[in-house]
Design a protein. Structure first.
Length: 245
């Protein structure tokens, strides 16, 4: 799963810069999107070197974001990064170990179906953001289409056709692995079952696509991890992330 995450980041990037222990994933046309312009650490490296590697790889940007796929490296590097002004977040790697649902109620859609709902959701998250930042955060989804062999945007829609809930689904059938990412529900549609429909459809699409390993990342300190747990996901590891404005 860590190898899948690293490979997805490399494929999604417009350009990469290799550094000891990893690489910078860079998309200059989407500079406001931090997750698309970050340092990915996926190999052995001296944890004390992480702040310097971030400066070397991301020095042209106003932010620093480091995703450490090696859990031990992230834990050992945390004190130095926190001392350098970074904040930290831990994401659980959650493997689907439950029954695959039948699906139904949600289906793959194009970005055009999601665009209006994404704009409203990002406006809610970042009320002070300018129009260009919002545009980049919405349109960056196009980059994800090149990250895996098959990429779906899965959505549950209202009777009027509006996207109520959505998620990304990345498939690598040759290796039998799939990731569900960025599951969100529009605020006005919370509690109506749309998120359940999207998750069920994504799991069914992954299973039908030959992916026996199905996983997602969930914030260790936020409630969705428990929601996923009730739907057959089990935490098996951690990815550490460090950020500085």
């Amino acid at each position: 799963m860590r190898a899948f995450l690293a490979a997805f980041a490399r494929r999604r990037a417009a350009r990469t810069v290799d550094v000891p222990g990893g690489f910078a994933e860079l998309n200059d046309d989407f500079a406001h999107s931090r997750v698309d312009n970050r340092l990915v650490v996926d190999g052995p490296v001296d944890p004390r070197a992480l702040p310097g590697l971030a400066e070397e790889a991301l020095g042209h940007l106003p932010h620093r974001l480091i995703t450490v796929l090696h859990e031990e490296t992230g834990v050992l590097g945390a004190p130095g990064l926190l001392a350098a002004g970074y904040t930290s977040a831990t994401h659980l790697v959650m493997l689907h170990t439950g029954r695959v649902p039948e699906g139904g109620g949600a289906a793959p859609v194009g970005l055009d179906v999601l665009r209006a709902a994404l704009v409203r959701r990002w406006r809610g998250f970042l009320p002070d953001a300018d129009d260009e930042t919002i545009r980049q955060l919405v349109e960056r989804r196009r980059l994800r289409a090149r990250g895996a062999d098959t990429v779906h945007f899965v959505a549950s829609r209202t009777p009027e056709g509006e996207a109520a809930s959505w998620a990304d689904l990345y498939l690598d059938p040759a290796r039998g692995i799939a990731q569900i990412e960025d599951l969100l529900t529009a605020e006005e549609h919370l509690g109506a079952g749309h998120g359940n429909a999207v998750l069920a459809a994504a799991l069914r699409l992954a299973a039908d696509g030959g992916c026996g390993t199905r996983f997602l990342l969930a914030d260790e300190d936020d409630w969705p991890r428990h929601w996923y747990g009730r739907r057959g996901f089990t935490a098996i590891g951690r990815v550490l992330e460090f950020e500085r404005a």
